[in-house]
Design a protein around this ligand. Sequence first.
Ligand SMILES: C[S@@+](CC[C@H](N)C(=O)[O-])C[C@H]1O[C@@H](n2cnc3c(N)ncnc32)[C@H](O)[C@@H]1O
Length: 256
Amino acid sequence: MKSDEIEETRAFWNRVADDWDTQVGDEGDSNRFLNSDPVLWEFAGEVKDLTVLDAGCGTGYLSRKLHERGAKVIGTDFSRRMIQVAQSKAPSMDFRIDSCNELKTVADSSIDMIISNYVLMDTPDLEGTMKAFSRVLKPGGIAIVIFSHPCFPQGRATSFGNEENIDYHWTFPYFQQEKCIDPAWGHFTSEFIWFHRPLSDYWKAFKTAGFDVTDFEEPRITEKRYRLAENKRQLRNSRTRPYSVAFKLRKIKKSS
Ligand SMILES: C[S@@+](CC[C@H](N)C(=O)[O-])C[C@H]1O[C@@H](n2cnc3c(N)ncnc32)[C@H](O)[C@@H]1O
């Protein structure tokens, strides 16, 4: 079942890859730029000379930023089209077609840091992915995983009144794992496939794969970045909506 879902999601990401590049460009979209990237860089610290795996790199904006900061970057994604776009933008960088739940092209205990930015809610195989992350990390290595907030799915949010009132609409029990298909949003023309899991299932998958949680954040805009918001709506949403969760994990042992 999981391999069918992997192929279905891979085909979906191949279809939307070019639109994805429009979405994130070179700086990340507004949610990344205003809210989660600052947390990501704080969790990552100095990356110069570290071997960093950008797992689920998409069209590679973050891989390029890591490269600019002096990291030795490997970018992997299971979508051939994502990797083609990423490679065309940075021909000398190391991009590979590889699935997060396998990481066949990455040797055991070879990576200092994994960054997986908005990928875990998109992969059907969370446990396999965390196991593969653990396998390729050196002992004590760090994984930074940022993913859409499972408690407040923005595709299911309706705002009304002064727009500070928001309803989150659930068609299934929160505690149930569920494959979700959301309507196309913004400039996208395709529906979005993603996988809901309660927050505690993520936590359990991290522990089972041999990770300790060393930091956690629900990224939001900080006051010094208010001026970077393009308009009032963007600022209000960045101040009030929990778009994502960010975990900093440390590999403590082999996965069980
Ligand atoms: C929301 S996009 C994020 C892309 C990029 N990290 C960014 O922040 O722009 C999710 C990415 O995860 C990739 N992805 C989803 N499931 C994957 C899997 N099992 N293995 C590898 N890549 C996967 C998709 O192809 C897509 O590029």
